[in-house]
Design a protein around this ligand. Sequence first.
Ligand code: DQQ
Length: 590
Amino acid sequence: MAKLFWTISSLYGLLFLLTIVDQLFSLDPFIPLWATLFSQFKLNMHNTKDAKASQPYRTSYHFQPPKNWMNDPNGPMFYKGVYHLFYQYNPFAAVTGNISWAHSVSYNLIDWMHLDNAINPTEPYDINGCWSGSATILPGVKKPVILYTGDNFEHHQVQNLAVPKNMSDPLLREWVKSGSNPVMTPGNGIDPKMYRDPTTSWQGSDKIWRVIIGSQINGHGTAILYKSKDFVEWTRSKDPLHSSNKTGMWECPDFYPVSSRGKKGVESSFKGGDTKQVLKASFGDHDYYVIGNYDSKMDHYSADVDFMDSIVQLRYDYGMFYASKSFYDCDKKRRILWGWVTEADSKSDDINKGWSGIQSIPRTILLDKTGKQLVQWPIKELKKLRARQVSLHNIEIKGGTVFEIAGITASQADVEVSFELPNLEDRIELMDTKSVDPQQLCSEKNSTVRGVLGPFGLLVLASKNLTEQTAIFFRIFKGYDKFVVLMCSDQSRSSLKRDVDKKIFGAFVDANLSHKISLRTLIDHSVVESFGGKGKACITARVYPELAIDNKSHLYAFNYGTRSVRVSRLRAWSMKKARIVEFHEGRKLE
Ligand code: DQQ
């Protein structure tokens, strides 16, 4: 027993040391050592090779648990050299149910160690599920705390507090629930079934903590505001922080400052100047956000353009991406966003696969130079997985042609391409964006419909004869006062399978077009995550090809417009697998 204890403690000691060294010096050689350490201690390395043979849709570098159901990301944080990601998890099946907080840790947000669940439904106040919530790192004591929603014995939603059991454990594996739970309960006009998902808390200049809870009051999406001095006693403010009579229930709100100068992220309690404040709410299957100003003295938030007040809605992602959560990474001074990417196959497919749900690649978020929208980009650590590379320069793609980008693993790749356009004054089609839904436009003008400038882009996860293909492409139109860039992700021919959702997605890219438009696409077996115009519009899709799997998958560039476009530069990389290890101590689910 003593030996086991010593082994485990030295393992943690070494791990902690390695994470610190890695943080300080960014030394890649330590990474294999980290993995070796775990295999030496006979921890359960996940045998992905075997899994792949029968699992063509399992991802290789996106975050997913070894099995079962996963939905929302919860309580992401960076604490003492370790990134933590908790997530909504069913430990028993590939469908939703028994929702608990699973827990994984990483030193680089790419390689992960899966730990035992952090919070399980065990108490009357959370017995029907430990639902979404957030972590806050208390300054001074530098201690993380979690607020989460419990679905209680009456199926009423209440807010609960949990703290680490052992602050000297660098992985913070065990969490204890507060004896004061629930710390917030629905009252006065709050529907107990519409009261959930506390945000990361922030402090005003009065040092008082604030948090918002997602709700729907009188049919309106609402962020209920609470205040507390000690995280235990919370008082509801008379007025909500914000609400909208144009939306229903707000799930998983997020509220954070972004710098209006420079490229650094901003911590949630930041009170300096030169910031704007983002409010995100999840509703109608999408994550919408507004940008505005927050006066922490009056607790007043005003959006520059409010939810649903403009034809074009600001969304983090115009494909599949929901219940997201951001956190401030104090180590690299950036704000990072995670989002749940659900499956587009059937429930019975999920049961057969034994799993459902992945997380997006973590993205850095910044305010765009215009101040009118955010820009997102895959975290720089992802580059560590780039392996074999192909590069192309200055290639003309004539109208109506396709060419293969060979030489990389097309089912597991990172592709960056920049398209150069001909003279935009030429007769290109007109478009009044004020009355057009881009998703609808992409469905009507799918990848087979020829235009003048476009569709041009990439065909990914494509079979050799193109029977199966997912097309990510642009079309350029002439708007009233500027050129309009439409970005589409067309899944309609992605698979021969019938029982999968092949919806087409679309977004306008506010790209201030000057003859070039860029696309980055991350391809990972069953997920295609695309960033148009340097991250101004993102579209994530799930696809389940039958023919175009593993080494039978191909990558092409195409142009079905009548005018030629030029690939000024294309770089594509095979991607390595992320290192995933499991470390379970077999603690009972209390
Ligand atoms: N998922 C959680 C809720 C949240 C919803 C339950 C959003 O807390 O509102 O698993 O996907």
